[in-house]
Design a protein around this ligand. Structure first.
Ligand code: NAD
Ligand code: TYD
Length: 350
C-alpha cells in the first residue's frame, strides 16, 4: 500500500486535507502526524478516524531523531507538510517557538525524506504548504506572483519564508523532489477561534467586543479551505518537481467590510435587529508590523493544472457561520484550555 505522511493533520487546513485524501484514495495509507498543540484537535477528524487507510501518530516534528527513525521504519512515498505554528499575533509574543517548529521542524522532515529517498527519488514527493505572507505587503495595486521577491515582516512569515528557502535548497543541493505552494487566507470549518473569522463569529454570538486592529483597512484575499485542500491534491499529484504554485481566491476584502458582512449575516441568523452586532465593533491598537494588503495571482495553477476556486465568498461565509453556530460544543472544547489566558493577554491590554 502506498503511504503518505501528512503533518499537522489535526489542525484547521490539515484536517481538511486528511479528510479529502482518506476518502478519495482508499488504497493509500494516510498517516497523520501531529503534536496536538492548542491548535490541533482530533475531534476535527472524528468522521475518518475509523477508516482502514487512516492512522494517527502523536509526535513532534522538532524531535529530529524520532522523525529520522519514523521515516526509516515506515518508508513513506510522499509527505504533505502542514505542521506549523500559524498565528501572527502569537509569533509577535513568542518568535522563537516559530523558528523551532517552522524552521527546525521542516529541516528535520527534509533530512528524513532525503535519507530514505536519496537512492530512488523517482515517484516520491515532499510537498511544503506555505503562505502568501512570505511575499510581504502590497500597496493598493498588484498581485503576488511566484516570482515576487520574498519580504516577510512578521516572525511568523519570516519563519515560513525560511522554511520555504530550506525546501528549495534541498531540491537544488540534494535533488529532493519537492513542491511548494503559497496560499492566501483560508476560512471554513474547524479553524481555531484566534483567527479573524471564527473569533468574530464566536464574539458576536456571545455579545463580546469585536477587536478591529487599527482602522480595519487591511485587505486579505480569502479562500474556502476545501478549495485549498483540492489545490493541494492537484499540486501533490500533478505539480512539477522544484516548482512553486500560488493559491488564492481572487477575493479581496477590507477587514472592516468583511466584519460588517459577518455582523449582518449573524444578525439575520440569530434573529437580531439589523445593526445590532455592528455595535460590538471596537477599534483597538494596531498589530505591530501589520501588512496592509495581500492579493494572490494564482493564474499559473489555473493555467497549468486547471484548478479554480469552487465557492463564492458570500456563500462560503454563510456556510461557515452556520457551521460554527451548529458546532458550539466543538468551540467550547477548543476554547476550554489555555485559550482564556491567551485571550486576556492578547486583548485586555490593547
Ligand atoms: P493550525 O495552527 O490550525 O494547525 C497547525 C497544526 O500543526 C496543529 O494541528 C498543530 O498541533 C500541529 N503542530 C504544531 N506544531 C507541531 C509540531 N512541533 N509537531 C507536530 N505537529 C505540530 O494551522 P493551519 O491554519 O491549518 O495551517 C496549516 C499550514 O498551512 C501551516 O503551515 C500554515 O503556515 C499554512 N497556511 C495557513 C493559512 C491559513 O489561512 N490558515 C494560509 C496559507 C498557509
Ligand atoms: P488573521 O486571521 O490573524 O490572519 P493573518 O494575519 O494571517 O492575515 O487576521 C486577518 C486580518 O484581521 C488581519 O489584517 C488582522 C485582522 N485582525 C483584527 O483586526 N482583529 C483580530 O482580533 C484578529 C485576530 C485579526
Amino acid at each position: 500500500m502506498k503511504k503518505i505522511l501528512i503533518t499537522g493533520g489535526a489542525g484547521f487546513i490539515g484536517s481538511h486535507v486528511v479528510r479529502l485524501f482518506v476518502n478519495k484514495y482508499p488504497e493509500t495509507l494516510i498517516v497523520n502526524l501531529d503534536k496536538l498543540t492548542y491548535a490541533g484537535n482530533l475531534a476535527n477528524l472524528s468522521d475518518v478516524e475509523n477508516k482502514p487507510n487512516y492512522e494517527f501518530i502523536k509526535a513532534d516534528i522538532t524531535d529530529g531523531e524520532f522523525i529520522l527513525k519514523l521515516f526509516a521504519d515506515r518508508q513513506f512515498d510522499g509527505v504533505i507538510h502542514l505542521a506549523a505554528e500559524s498565528h501572527v499575533d502569537r509569533s509577535i509574543s513568542n518568535p522563537l517557538e516559530f523558528v523551532v517548529t517552522n524552521v527546525v521542524g521542516t529541516v528535520n522532515l527534509l533530512n528524513a525524506a532525503r535519507n530514505i529517498w536519496k537512492d530512488k527519488p523517482e515517484g516520491k514527493r515532499f510537498y511544503h504548504v506555505s503562505t502568501d505572507e512570505v511575499y510581504g505587503s502590497l500597496g493598493d495595486e498588484g498581485f503576488f506572483t511566484e516570482e515576487t521577491r520574498y519580504d516577510p515582516h512578521s516572525p511568523y512569515s519570516a519563519s515560513k519564508a525560511s522554511s520555504d528557502h530550506f525546501v528549495r535548497a534541498y531540491h537544488d543541493t540534494y535533488g529532493l523532489p519537492v513542491v511548494i505552494s503559497n496560499c492566501s487566507n483560508n476560512y471554513g470549518s474547524f479553524q481555531f477561534p484566534e483567527k479573524l473569522i471564527p473569533l468574530f463569529i464566536h464574539n458576536i454570538r456571545n455579545n463580546k467586543p469585536l477587536p478591529v486592529y487599527g482602522k480595519g483597512e487591511n485587505v486579505r484575499d480569502w479562500l474556502w479551505v476545501e478549495d485549498h485542500a483540492r489545490a493541494i491534491d492537484v499540486i501533490f499529484h500533478q505539480g512539477s518537481s522544484g516548482e512553486t504554485y500560488n493559491i488564492g481566491g481572487h477575493n479581496e476584502w477590507k477587514n472592516i467590510d468583511l466584519i460588517r458582512l459577518m455582523c449582518s449575516i449573524m444578525d439575520r441568523k440569530l434573529g437580531r435587529e439589523t445593526g445590532t452586532s455592528e455595535k460590538l465593533i471596537t477599534y483597538v491598537k494596531d498589530r505591530a508590523g501589520h501588512d496592509l494588503r495581500y492579493a494572490i495571482d494564482s493564474s499559473k495553477l489555473q493555467r497549468e493544472l486547471g484548478w479554480t476556486p469552487s465557492l463564492q465568498f458570500e456563500e462560503g461565509l454563510e456556510k461557515t457561520v452556520d457551521w460554527y453556530l451548529q458546532n458550539e460544543e466543538w468551540l467550547k472544547n477548543v476554547t476550554s484550555g489555555d485559550y482564556q489566558k491567551y485571550y486576556e493577554e492578547q486583548y485586555t491590554k490593547r
